[in-house]
Design a protein around this ligand. Structure first.
Ligand SMILES: [Zn+2]
Length: 272
Protein backbone atom coordinates (compact mmCIF):
# COMPACT_ATOMS: atom_id res chain seq x y z
CA UNK A 1 0.00 0.00 0.00
CA UNK A 2 3.03 2.29 0.25
CA UNK A 3 4.84 3.54 -2.84
CA UNK A 4 7.11 6.38 -3.88
CA UNK A 5 7.19 8.58 -6.97
CA UNK A 6 9.95 11.18 -7.26
CA UNK A 7 10.31 12.90 -3.88
CA UNK A 8 6.80 12.10 -2.71
CA UNK A 9 5.72 9.15 -0.57
CA UNK A 10 2.22 7.67 -0.95
CA UNK A 11 0.00 5.46 1.18
CA UNK A 12 -3.14 4.02 -0.47
CA UNK A 13 -5.24 2.74 2.41
CA UNK A 14 -8.72 1.52 3.21
CA UNK A 15 -11.19 2.98 5.68
CA UNK A 16 -14.35 0.92 5.08
CA UNK A 17 -15.95 -1.83 3.14
CA UNK A 18 -19.42 -1.12 1.80
CA UNK A 19 -21.73 -2.16 -1.03
CA UNK A 20 -23.85 -0.33 -3.58
CA UNK A 21 -26.50 -1.41 -6.03
CA UNK A 22 -24.75 -2.96 -9.03
CA UNK A 23 -27.26 -1.52 -11.51
CA UNK A 24 -26.71 2.01 -10.18
CA UNK A 25 -22.93 1.51 -10.28
CA UNK A 26 -22.89 0.50 -13.95
CA UNK A 27 -25.56 2.82 -15.39
CA UNK A 28 -26.72 1.73 -18.85
CA UNK A 29 -24.41 -1.30 -18.99
CA UNK A 30 -26.59 -4.47 -18.82
CA UNK A 31 -26.08 -6.82 -15.89
CA UNK A 32 -25.29 -9.58 -18.41
CA UNK A 33 -22.07 -7.68 -19.10
CA UNK A 34 -21.07 -6.24 -15.72
CA UNK A 35 -21.81 -9.47 -13.82
CA UNK A 36 -18.92 -11.07 -15.72
CA UNK A 37 -16.58 -8.59 -14.01
CA UNK A 38 -17.98 -8.44 -10.50
CA UNK A 39 -20.51 -10.52 -8.63
CA UNK A 40 -23.53 -9.00 -6.88
CA UNK A 41 -24.92 -10.27 -3.56
CA UNK A 42 -28.52 -11.48 -3.04
CA UNK A 43 -29.65 -7.84 -2.79
CA UNK A 44 -27.91 -6.99 -6.09
CA UNK A 45 -25.18 -5.01 -4.32
CA UNK A 46 -21.57 -5.16 -5.45
CA UNK A 47 -18.64 -5.18 -2.99
CA UNK A 48 -16.84 -1.84 -2.69
CA UNK A 49 -14.50 0.02 -0.34
CA UNK A 50 -13.26 3.52 0.31
CA UNK A 51 -9.54 3.67 -0.45
CA UNK A 52 -7.92 7.01 0.36
CA UNK A 53 -4.56 8.44 -0.61
CA UNK A 54 -2.16 9.99 1.88
CA UNK A 55 0.82 11.83 0.39
CA UNK A 56 3.94 13.24 2.03
CA UNK A 57 5.15 16.09 -0.16
CA UNK A 58 8.01 18.48 0.68
CA UNK A 59 5.83 20.68 2.81
CA UNK A 60 2.49 19.01 3.40
CA UNK A 61 0.84 15.81 4.44
CA UNK A 62 -2.06 15.63 2.01
CA UNK A 63 -5.10 13.38 2.34
CA UNK A 64 -7.40 12.87 -0.64
CA UNK A 65 -10.99 12.22 0.47
CA UNK A 66 -12.02 11.05 3.92
CA UNK A 67 -14.21 7.98 3.26
CA UNK A 68 -17.51 6.97 4.83
CA UNK A 69 -16.76 8.25 8.34
CA UNK A 70 -18.57 7.18 11.48
CA UNK A 71 -21.94 8.98 11.29
CA UNK A 72 -23.97 5.84 10.69
CA UNK A 73 -27.05 4.41 12.40
CA UNK A 74 -27.95 0.71 12.14
CA UNK A 75 -30.33 1.26 9.22
CA UNK A 76 -27.68 3.06 7.16
CA UNK A 77 -25.05 0.43 8.01
CA UNK A 78 -27.39 -2.28 6.76
CA UNK A 79 -28.49 -0.57 3.56
CA UNK A 80 -24.88 -0.03 2.51
CA UNK A 81 -23.37 -3.12 4.28
CA UNK A 82 -20.84 -0.85 5.98
CA UNK A 83 -17.86 -2.47 7.72
CA UNK A 84 -15.34 -0.07 9.26
CA UNK A 85 -11.65 -0.95 9.07
CA UNK A 86 -8.92 0.48 11.29
CA UNK A 87 -7.27 2.75 8.70
CA UNK A 88 -4.59 4.56 10.71
CA UNK A 89 -3.14 1.57 12.55
CA UNK A 90 -0.52 0.74 9.91
CA UNK A 91 0.28 4.31 8.89
CA UNK A 92 3.28 6.27 10.17
CA UNK A 93 1.07 9.33 10.71
CA UNK A 94 -2.12 10.15 12.57
CA UNK A 95 -5.07 12.38 11.61
CA UNK A 96 -3.49 15.28 13.55
CA UNK A 97 -0.50 15.25 11.15
CA UNK A 98 -2.59 15.94 8.04
CA UNK A 99 -2.18 19.55 6.86
CA UNK A 100 -4.33 19.48 3.72
CA UNK A 101 -7.47 17.49 2.92
CA UNK A 102 -8.54 17.55 -0.72
CA UNK A 103 -12.13 16.48 -1.37
CA UNK A 104 -12.92 15.12 -4.84
CA UNK A 105 -16.56 15.94 -4.06
CA UNK A 106 -18.90 15.97 -1.08
CA UNK A 107 -20.92 12.73 -1.36
CA UNK A 108 -21.06 10.86 1.96
CA UNK A 109 -18.63 8.14 0.84
CA UNK A 110 -15.97 10.78 0.10
CA UNK A 111 -16.54 13.45 2.75
CA UNK A 112 -18.11 11.33 5.53
CA UNK A 113 -14.84 11.21 7.46
CA UNK A 114 -14.38 15.00 7.52
CA UNK A 115 -15.79 15.20 11.02
CA UNK A 116 -15.88 13.00 14.13
CA UNK A 117 -19.03 11.49 15.69
CA UNK A 118 -19.16 14.40 18.13
CA UNK A 119 -18.98 16.84 15.20
CA UNK A 120 -15.42 18.10 15.52
CA UNK A 121 -12.97 18.33 12.60
CA UNK A 122 -11.45 14.85 12.20
CA UNK A 123 -8.21 16.49 10.99
CA UNK A 124 -7.69 19.24 13.54
CA UNK A 125 -4.67 20.83 11.84
CA UNK A 126 -5.89 20.68 8.25
CA UNK A 127 -7.54 22.96 5.73
CA UNK A 128 -10.11 21.26 3.50
CA UNK A 129 -10.06 22.04 -0.25
CA UNK A 130 -13.35 21.84 -2.13
CA UNK A 131 -14.68 23.09 -5.47
CA UNK A 132 -17.22 25.91 -5.30
CA UNK A 133 -19.66 24.02 -7.56
CA UNK A 134 -19.68 21.04 -5.23
CA UNK A 135 -20.17 23.10 -2.12
CA UNK A 136 -23.16 24.77 -3.81
CA UNK A 137 -24.73 21.40 -4.62
CA UNK A 138 -24.14 20.28 -1.02
CA UNK A 139 -25.74 23.43 0.38
CA UNK A 140 -28.65 23.43 -2.08
CA UNK A 141 -29.39 19.78 -2.89
CA UNK A 142 -32.30 18.78 -5.11
CA UNK A 143 -34.66 15.82 -4.80
CA UNK A 144 -32.33 13.56 -6.80
CA UNK A 145 -29.02 14.16 -4.99
CA UNK A 146 -30.28 15.03 -1.48
CA UNK A 147 -29.65 11.51 -0.11
CA UNK A 148 -25.94 11.77 -1.00
CA UNK A 149 -25.22 14.93 1.01
CA UNK A 150 -25.19 15.35 4.79
CA UNK A 151 -24.89 18.64 6.70
CA UNK A 152 -22.73 17.04 9.44
CA UNK A 153 -19.95 16.32 6.90
CA UNK A 154 -19.45 20.04 6.19
CA UNK A 155 -21.05 22.37 8.73
CA UNK A 156 -18.54 21.68 11.56
CA UNK A 157 -15.60 22.52 9.24
CA UNK A 158 -17.04 25.58 7.49
CA UNK A 159 -14.26 27.87 8.77
CA UNK A 160 -11.55 25.49 7.50
CA UNK A 161 -12.80 25.20 3.93
CA UNK A 162 -10.65 26.50 1.10
CA UNK A 163 -13.16 26.99 -1.71
CA UNK A 164 -11.62 27.00 -5.18
CA UNK A 165 -12.98 27.19 -8.70
CA UNK A 166 -11.54 25.24 -11.63
CA UNK A 167 -8.07 23.74 -12.14
CA UNK A 168 -5.51 24.96 -9.65
CA UNK A 169 -2.16 24.17 -8.04
CA UNK A 170 -3.15 24.03 -4.37
CA UNK A 171 0.32 23.26 -2.97
CA UNK A 172 3.76 22.70 -4.58
CA UNK A 173 3.40 19.58 -6.76
CA UNK A 174 -0.31 19.16 -5.97
CA UNK A 175 -2.80 20.11 -8.67
CA UNK A 176 -6.55 19.63 -8.90
CA UNK A 177 -8.35 19.24 -12.22
CA UNK A 178 -12.07 20.05 -12.14
CA UNK A 179 -13.90 17.39 -14.10
CA UNK A 180 -17.57 17.84 -13.28
CA UNK A 181 -19.58 14.89 -14.63
CA UNK A 182 -20.23 12.95 -11.44
CA UNK A 183 -21.17 16.19 -9.62
CA UNK A 184 -20.92 19.82 -10.69
CA UNK A 185 -17.62 20.36 -8.90
CA UNK A 186 -16.05 16.90 -8.98
CA UNK A 187 -12.25 17.13 -9.17
CA UNK A 188 -9.35 14.69 -9.60
CA UNK A 189 -6.01 15.23 -7.90
CA UNK A 190 -2.59 15.12 -9.58
CA UNK A 191 0.69 14.80 -7.67
CA UNK A 192 3.84 15.64 -9.67
CA UNK A 193 7.44 15.14 -8.64
CA UNK A 194 10.62 14.73 -10.69
CA UNK A 195 8.63 14.74 -13.93
CA UNK A 196 6.32 11.89 -12.93
CA UNK A 197 2.64 12.06 -12.06
CA UNK A 198 0.21 10.18 -9.84
CA UNK A 199 -3.49 10.77 -10.46
CA UNK A 200 -6.27 10.03 -7.97
CA UNK A 201 -9.39 9.42 -10.08
CA UNK A 202 -12.21 9.84 -7.55
CA UNK A 203 -15.55 8.93 -9.11
CA UNK A 204 -14.53 9.72 -12.69
CA UNK A 205 -13.38 6.08 -12.69
CA UNK A 206 -14.46 4.59 -9.34
CA UNK A 207 -13.22 1.01 -9.89
CA UNK A 208 -10.94 -0.76 -12.30
CA UNK A 209 -14.06 -2.08 -14.10
CA UNK A 210 -15.23 1.46 -14.92
CA UNK A 211 -12.36 2.37 -17.27
CA UNK A 212 -14.26 1.82 -20.58
CA UNK A 213 -15.74 5.12 -21.82
CA UNK A 214 -19.44 4.11 -21.62
CA UNK A 215 -19.19 2.38 -18.22
CA UNK A 216 -20.55 5.42 -16.38
CA UNK A 217 -22.43 5.26 -13.09
CA UNK A 218 -26.16 6.04 -12.89
CA UNK A 219 -25.18 8.17 -9.86
CA UNK A 220 -23.46 10.67 -12.20
CA UNK A 221 -25.53 13.84 -12.37
CA UNK A 222 -24.04 14.89 -15.72
CA UNK A 223 -23.16 11.61 -17.49
CA UNK A 224 -22.43 13.19 -20.89
CA UNK A 225 -19.99 15.53 -19.19
CA UNK A 226 -18.33 12.45 -17.63
CA UNK A 227 -17.99 10.98 -21.12
CA UNK A 228 -16.45 14.16 -22.55
CA UNK A 229 -14.08 14.67 -19.66
CA UNK A 230 -13.00 11.03 -19.77
CA UNK A 231 -12.03 11.45 -23.43
CA UNK A 232 -9.89 14.48 -22.61
CA UNK A 233 -8.46 13.15 -19.37
CA UNK A 234 -7.69 9.64 -20.66
CA UNK A 235 -5.70 11.17 -23.54
CA UNK A 236 -3.69 13.25 -21.04
CA UNK A 237 -3.16 10.17 -18.84
CA UNK A 238 -1.78 8.15 -21.75
CA UNK A 239 0.39 11.00 -23.01
CA UNK A 240 1.94 11.66 -19.60
CA UNK A 241 1.88 8.05 -18.38
CA UNK A 242 0.36 9.08 -15.07
CA UNK A 243 0.11 6.34 -12.47
CA UNK A 244 -3.56 5.92 -11.51
CA UNK A 245 -4.94 5.40 -8.02
CA UNK A 246 -8.55 4.19 -7.73
CA UNK A 247 -10.93 4.77 -4.85
CA UNK A 248 -13.65 2.14 -4.68
CA UNK A 249 -12.35 -1.37 -5.44
CA UNK A 250 -12.71 -3.86 -2.57
CA UNK A 251 -9.09 -4.81 -3.24
CA UNK A 252 -7.38 -1.41 -3.74
CA UNK A 253 -6.29 -0.95 -7.36
CA UNK A 254 -3.54 1.10 -8.95
CA UNK A 255 -2.12 0.92 -12.45
CA UNK A 256 -1.66 2.38 -15.91
CA UNK A 257 -4.17 3.27 -18.61
CA UNK A 258 -3.99 1.28 -21.84
CA UNK A 259 -5.77 1.80 -25.17
CA UNK A 260 -6.23 -1.15 -27.50
CA UNK A 261 -8.52 -1.35 -30.55
CA UNK A 262 -10.21 1.87 -29.47
CA UNK A 263 -11.00 0.52 -25.97
CA UNK A 264 -9.58 1.84 -22.73
CA UNK A 265 -8.65 -0.29 -19.75
CA UNK A 266 -6.51 0.05 -16.65
CA UNK A 267 -3.77 -2.55 -16.25
CA UNK A 268 -3.18 -3.15 -12.55
CA UNK A 269 0.32 -2.51 -11.29
CA UNK A 270 0.71 -2.30 -7.51
CA UNK A 271 4.05 -0.45 -7.77
CA UNK A 272 4.58 2.55 -10.10
ZN1 LIG B 1 -17.94 7.49 -4.59
Amino acid sequence: MKFRVGDFEFWHFQTHWFALDGGAMFGVVPKVLWSRKIQADDKNRIPMATNLLLVKTHKDLVLVDTGLGEHWDEKGKQIFAIEPKDPWKDLPFGPEDVTLVVLTHLHFDHAGGNTTVDLRPAFPNARYVVQKGDLEEHQHPNERNRASYRPEDINPIRDRLVVIEGDQEIAPGVRVIRTGGHTKGHQVVLFESQGRGVLYMGDICPTIHHAPLPWIMAYDLYPLETLEVRKRLYAEILKNRWYLVLEHDRHPQRGYMALENGKYRIDPQPEP
